[in-house]
Design a protein around this ligand. Structure first.
Ligand SMILES: [Fe+2]
Ligand SMILES: [Fe+2]
Length: 399
C-alpha cells in the first residue's frame, strides 16, 4: 500500500492518512509513504517510535522529503484486546444492564471500553433499585416544561393586601423554602452515588434538582416582595426533613420524599394557588405544583416497577413510614404558625364567618392530602386498610 502525502505536512493531517493506511494493512504489513514536506523524515521517525511501528527512510536526492517504509507494529490493535461493550445487548445502545460493573465508569452505553479502566466508587449499581422505563419520557417532558421565573410570574402586578395576610403568606413561603431545600438535596445526593449507566434516571433527578432550585428562588422572591425578614422555622420541622436527608437507601428515600411528601405537597400547593390573596402567590404555587406532579410521577413509576419485580419490598416501605413516625413521635409536628397562616390566608380576613370558612377549607385540605396519599399507596399495591393506616402515620410536617 502506498500513501503519497505530496506537500501535506505530517503533523497537519498527514499522520491521519498514514494511520488509516496502517490500520487497513493490518499488523506486520508494510506501507510506503512519500511526500515533499521538509520535516517528513523527522516527523515520521518520531511518530513511528511512539506508536511502535518499524521504520525505514529512503532519501531522494535533489528534492525535499523522500520515501519511508513503515511496518505496522500492531500496538494499536492489541490495545483493544480485552475491550468490552458497555451494555447488555451488543445490538442496542438502549439495553440497560441489571448490574453494570463499576469499571464501566463514565463510558456511554453502546461505547467500547478499553480494558484497565479504573473502578469508580458508585454505590447504586442495581437496576432494580432505581430504574423505570418511563424515565426517558419523564425527562423529555420535564425539559419541555421548564419555565423562566423572570417571565412566568407577574412580579410587578399591583395588589393591595392587609399586613396580617401578607405576614401569613411570608410564613407559608418560609415553610415551603425549607421543604424545597430538602427536596433539592435528596435527589442531588443520589445522583452522585448512582452508576451513570442509569443515565435517564440520573437526568430525571438532575432536572428535579433544578426544579427545586427554581422553587426555592420563586418562594424566596415572593416572601421578600414586601418584607425584609422571613417567617419562623421550627426544630420539629427541621427534624422531620432531616429524616429524609439521612435516609441512605434511594428507593426508600424516594418513597418517603416523592410519593408521600411531594404527593402531599401537591394538594398543599393547589390549595395555596386557590386561596392566594395575590396573583404572584397564585402563580408561584401553580408553577411549582406542575413540577411536583412530575416528581411524584417518577417516584410512583420506579417504585411500581420495583414492586412488580420484588413484591417483598412492600413491607420494607411500610416499615420505613412506621420508623419515621416513631422517630418523630416526640416532635411537635406541623409548625403551628404554618397552620395558622394557612387558615388566615384561606379565610382572607379576621371576620368570624371568614375564619370559620377558612377552617373548613383547611380541614378539607387535610382530607384531600390523606385521600391522595391513600390512592398512591393503593397504586403501589398496598391494601386499602393498610394504605389508610400508613397515610395517617405520614409526617405531620406534611413533607
Ligand atoms: Fe419543589
Ligand atoms: Fe419536588
Amino acid at each position: 500500500m502506498r500513501v503519497d502525502l505530496k506537500a501535506l505536512a505530517f503533523a497537519e493531517g498527514g499522520y491521519l492518512l498514514v494511520k488509516r493506511a496502517l490500520r487497513q494493512a493490518g499488523p506486520d504489513a508494510a506501507i510506503v509513504v512519500t511526500g515533499t514536506s521538509p520535516a517528513l523524515a523527522v516527523d515520521v521517525r518520531a511518530w513511528c517510535r511512539l506508536e511502535g511501528h518499524r521504520f525505514e527512510w529512503h532519501t531522494t536526492t535533489g528534492i525535499h522529503g523522500g520515501r519511508a517504509t513503515i511496518i505496522n507494529g500492531g500496538a494499536d490493535s492489541s490495545r483493544w484486546v480485552g475491550a468490552s461493550w458497555v451494555g447488555d445487548d451488543p445490538d442496542s445502545c438502549d439495553s440497560v444492564a441489571e448490574h453494570p460493573p463499576r469499571t464501566w465508569g463514565l463510558a456511554a452505553r453502546g461505547a467500547t471500553i478499553e480494558a484497565g479502566t479504573p473502578e469508580f466508587d458508585f454505590h447504586i449499581v442495581d437496576k432494580l433499585d432505581v430504574w423505570s422505563d418511563d424515565a426517558a419520557g419523564i425527562y423529555r417532558q420535564a425539559i419541555g416544561a421548564q419555565w423562566n421565573p423572570e417571565t412566568a410570574i407577574p412580579w410587578s402586578a399591583a395588589f393591595a393586601i392587609a399586613d396580617d395576610i401578607e405576614d401569613a403568606v411570608v410564613q407559608i413561603m418560609t415553610f415551603l423554602i425549607e421543604n424545597e431545600t430538602a427536596a433539592l438535596i435528596v435527589p442531588s445526593r443520589f445522583i452522585a452515588q448512582m452508576h451513570p449507566h442509569f443515565k435517564e434516571v440520573m437526568q430525571v433527578l438532575a432536572v428535579q434538582a433544578a426544579d427545586e432550585a427554581r422553587h426555592i428562588e420563586v418562594f424566596t422572591r415572593r416572601a421578600r416582595l414586601k418584607r425584609n425578614a422571613l417567617g419562623l422555622s421550627t426544630a420539629s420541622g427541621q427534624a422531620s426533613l432531616k429524616t429524609l436527608i439521612d435516609e441512605p437507601e434511594f428507593a426508600i428515600a424516594s418513597f418517603l420524599l416523592s410519593v408521600l411528601g411531594e404527593g402531599t405537597f401537591l394538594s398543599l400547593l393547589w390549595f395555596i394557588e386557590r386561596y392566594a390573596p395575590d396573583p404572584v402567590t397564585a402563580a408561584v404555587a401553580r408553577l411549582a405544583a406542575q413540577d411536583e406532579a412530575r416528581h411524584v410521577a417518577f417516584g410512583l413509576a420506579h417504585l411500581g416497577q420495583h414492586l412488580t419485580r420484588e413484591p417483598d419490598f412492600r413491607p420494607r416501605l411500610a416499615d420505613a413510614i412506621r420508623r419515621r413516625h416513631d422517630a418523630l413521635r416526640h416532635t411537635a409536628g406541623l409548625n403551628a404558625e404554618v397552620f395558622d397562616a394557612l387558615l388566615l390566608m384561606a379565610a382572607g380576613s379576621w371576620e368570624h364567618d371568614a375564619l370559620r370558612g377558612g377552617y373548613g377549607r383547611l380541614h378539607q385540605l387535610m382530607r384531600d392530602m390523606d385521600d391522595g396519599r391513600r390512592k398512591r399507596l393503593v397504586r403501589l399495591g398496598f391494601p386499602e386498610s393498610e394504605a389508610a393506616e400508613l397515610s395517617a402515620l405520614h409526617a405531620r410536617n406534611l413533607m
